[in-house]
Design a protein around this ligand. Structure first.
Ligand code: FES
Length: 122
């Protein structure tokens, strides 16, 4: 438990609106920050837009048959479920939950309150 509240942000009206590429990766933007959403076995997973190794866009990579995103530059592999660097180089990919609700697709992001902000009163 981090103590940081989760904030669910609507990123699309439905999964068709996410504009997945041929590799089943879509990019969404929240407050000027890009995030990847990967589709694997009909489930959606949020993960960092940039590779934790050398920051290339993971949207240019692909999702393998085990549910790992494979970076397009050095081919390191990361689980889109847990963020674990399954190819063993010692990096970690940030991941976020995605929910498909009747009114849209939501990405769950951690909200870090600024000075004087109370997330419970938002
Ligand atoms: S930049 Fe992604 S593995 Fe090196």
């Amino acid at each position: 438990m981090t103590g940081i509240p989760m904030q669910w942000i609507k990123v699309a009206e439905n999964s068709d609106a996410l504009l997945f590429n041929a590799e089943q990766i879509a990019v969404v933007t929240v407050a000027g920050q890009s995030y990847c959403i990967g589709r694997y076995k009909e489930q959606l997973f949020g993960f960092a837009y940039r590779c934790p190794h050398a920051a290339v866009p993971l949207s240019d990579g692909y999702i393998d048959t085990h549910g790992n995103v494979v970076c397009p530059l050095h081919f390191y592999k990361f689980s889109i479920v847990s963020g674990r660097n399954v190819s063993g180089e010692g990096y970690f990919l940030k991941t976020w939950p995605v929910e498909c609700r009747p009114d849209g697709i939501y990405l769950g992001l951690l909200f870090t309150p600024g000075p004087g902000e109370d997330p419970a009163c938002g």
